[in-house]
Design a binder for this molecule. Structure first.
Ligand SMILES: C[S@@+](CC[C@H](N)C(=O)[O-])C[C@H]1O[C@@H](n2cnc3c(N)ncnc32)[C@H](O)[C@@H]1O
Length: 216
């Protein structure tokens, strides 16, 4: 239904949907970094990072605060303007390169020490497998791809409560990574307590994949 509503307007469906989503509220996300990102990358030496679907920049600003040089990508210009404003407030704007891409069509150039996709999911058409293949290609040898996704539907979500999510093993298989070239460092479906927009609380499940590229 969302796709039909957007089809008649200009711009890509992804841009229209997400731009409308961010414009509707002054702040959509908590502003904090995602816990799995903190857990997986907190002890890594800072380098270059690519944050795909960065939203309002909680992860990008946290990484930049640790010394990472971050390319923060989203389809929504409003979300990216918030990333830039929050980065300036945190004094890390020199370490964040904000780029607007509809990842279905364009992908940032370069090779990175960390490529992170945190909940890069969308209720409008999105070629997620293709984008994650491109994400893997953007990982420098010796470096990490971290993909965290919703694997359950919290009560406040717009998603169909009967949605069947791929298991972490299925999601890893869909990345189609050559076993000799990649080492799996984390694969699982941890639960966490999440808060909804009106302060509700629920236990939700994530899908977590961390893979290291061993060879060029
Ligand atoms: C569920 S939000 C997650 C935001 C953030 N990573 C976080 O964890 O808070 C998904 C994000 O992906 C972005 N996104 C969705 N489709 C996209 C596309 N085609 N190209 C680029 N970004 C997209 C949205 O604008 C949104 O900020």
């Amino acid at each position: 239904m969302i796709n039909d509503e957007l089809r008649s307007e200009g711009g890509s469906q992804a841009e229209q949907f997400w731009e409308g989503h961010y414009r509707a509220q002054e702040q959509v996300w908590s502003g904090g970094a995602n816990p799995v990102l903190v857990d997986v990358t907190g002890s890594l030496p800072p380098g270059t990072a690519l944050d795909l679907g960065c939203g309002e920049g909680g992860d990008a600003i946290w990484l930049a605060g640790l010394g990472w040089r971050v390319t923060a990508v989203d389809v929504s210009a409003t979300a990216l303007s918030r990333v830039a404003a929050h980065a300036a407030m945190a004094g890390v704007e020199a370490r964040i390169d904000v780029q607007q891409h509809d990842l279905a069509h364009t992908f940032p150039a370069g090779a990175f020490d960390l490529v992170s996709a945190q909940y890069l999911q969308s209720p409008v058409e999105f070629p997620r497998d293709r984008v994650l293949h491109a994400a893997a290609q953007a990982v420098a040898p010796g470096s990490l791809l971290l993909v965290v996704a919703h694997a359950s539907v919290p009560p406040w979500s717009w998603a169909d409560p009967d949605t069947r999510f791929p298991t972490p093993e299925e999601a890893l298989a869909a990345l189609d990574l050559s076993p000799g070239q990649w080492r799996t460092e984390r694969l699982g479906a941890p639960e966490r307590q999440a808060s909804g927009p009106n302060g509700q609380s629920a236990t939700v499940t994530d899908s977590v994949i961390a893979v290291r590229r061993l060879t060029p």
